[in-house]
Design a protein around this ligand. Structure first.
Ligand code: ZN
Ligand code: ZN
Length: 393
């Protein structure tokens, strides 16, 4: 049995220093050039080969073991968000208006620690381990899709990841066997009627009436077009028309749009097609022109049973409480990987269990991770997950 705790001790507080360095230097999705350079530099110095053909800021390192075994991918994203940190911490963001408020700085430092530890202890690697550093998770189209197009899932048999959770205390993970997050899509309609004078509606063609019909019919899709046992929501998120306070002008155009979230990727397809069909037919009935933009975002994120049981067992073995969290209509582009190969992602509690710092939501200017205890435990956990997977899959 490998003494994982000893490996964590050997790595020391570098994991905390690395996370705090990344936290102080956040970069927006798809603009993470300095972070990518930091990752490549660290991997190279550790003697880890970089996979050729990976585009953008995403970076994949790999280590081959001397013994046969599975090809296992471990994934970390590393982009930050456009908000201003209000924490007063010595390592707070130094990039105005940009903040690591989802913990992707922690993901990168944890995966780097796993990579550097395994590079020093290659005897622990069976088969090949891939360290997948993914750009742009927060922003459509997401970095995972491009990594799949670049062919990484042709090499990787199983993929694992954790996402830190600042809203849950350290010492617990939640993981769900099956679909965990929704498939997402967005729609946008630019509707054109004919503007005119409020006193002569018959000489104009008011596009607001097409839009208002669309609002109602789109909202009815989950009730009328989806199995009542399916999980689907369709939002109307914006509707812009006319000029505030100008009552005697019939507007020429309306723009409206919103999003679709559904736990079944195939159902998303039919819901999106129905929205498009309604846009075309209702606008045609009102003799309006419509320009429609439908964007298919992340697919549903589905955890594989065998990967889930590895992540559950690894947690239990080091005293982490495992919670089964029901699916939600949030989204995670890890779904692009789990569409291809068995994969699982767990939510790793990293809030302060002592109560000194409040548990914070993600994407919040006060987002806080209890990193001094949390990161070493996360390293212990991910090493345990890897070793369990490499020895059993
Ligand atoms: Zn996020
Ligand atoms: Zn995130």
């Amino acid at each position: 049995m490998t003494d994982v705790k000893k490996l964590v001790e050997e790595y020391g507080d570098q994991i905390i220093k690395n996370r705090r360095y990344l936290h102080a230097h956040p970069e927006l999705s798809f603009q993470e050039t300095n972070t990518a350079a930091w990752i490549r530099d660290h991997l190279t110095k550790a003697g880890i080969e970089l996979m050729p053909g990976i585009t953008g800021n995403s970076t994949v390192g790999f280590l081959k073991g001397s013994q046969p075994g599975p090809s296992i991918g471990l994934r970390a994203d590393f982009d930050a968000l456009g908000l201003t940190e209000t924490n007063d911490l010595p390592y707070k963001s130094t990039n105005p208006g940009v903040m690591h408020a989802c913990g992707h700085d922690a993901h990168a430092s944890i995966l780097m620690a796993v990579a550097e530890t395994l590079a020093r202890h290659r005897e622990l690697v069976r088969g090949t381990v891939y360290f997948v550093f993914e750009q742009g998770e927060e922003f459509l189209p997401g970095g995972a899709q491009q990594l799949v197009k670049d062919g990484i899932m042709d090499h990787i048999d199983y993929m694992f990841a954790i996402h830190v959770n600042a809203s849950a205390p350290l010492g617990q993970i939640d993981i769900h066997d099956g679909v965990r997050f929704a498939a997402v899509g967005t729609y946008d309609f630019k509707i054109r009627g004919k503007g005119g004078h409020g006193g002569f509606p018959h000489k104009a063609n008011n596009p607001i009436f097409a839009a208002s019909e669309l609002v109602n019919d789109i909202a009815l899709i989950p009730a009328l077009k989806c199995d009542p046992l399916a999980n689907c929501t369709v939002s109307v998120s914006y509707l812009h028309c006319g000029v505030e306070g100008v009552a005697n002008v019939i507007p020429e155009t309306v723009s409206m749009g919103g999003c679709v979230r559904v736990l079944d990727t195939d159902l998303r397809q039919s819901v999106m097609e129905e929205i498009e069909r309604l846009g075309n037919s209702i606008c045609a009935a009102h003799q309006c022109e419509v320009k429609t933009t439908m964007v298919y975002g992340y697919p549903a994120c589905k955890n594989d049973a065998s990967c889930v049981s590895i992540m559950q067992d690894a947690a239990g073995a080091i005293g982490i409480t495992v919670i089964d969290c029901p699916p939600s209509l949030g989204a995670e582009d890890f779904g692009y990987f789990s569409e291809q190969k068995p994969a699982a992602v767990a939510w790793f509690g990293m809030g302060d269990p002592t109560g000194t710092h409040e548990l914070t939501p993600h994407h919040n200017p006060k987002f806080y991770l209890y990193d001094e205890k949390g990161l070493p435990l996360a390293l212990e956990y991910m090493l345990s997950v890897y070793l369990k997977a490499a020895n059993t899959l």
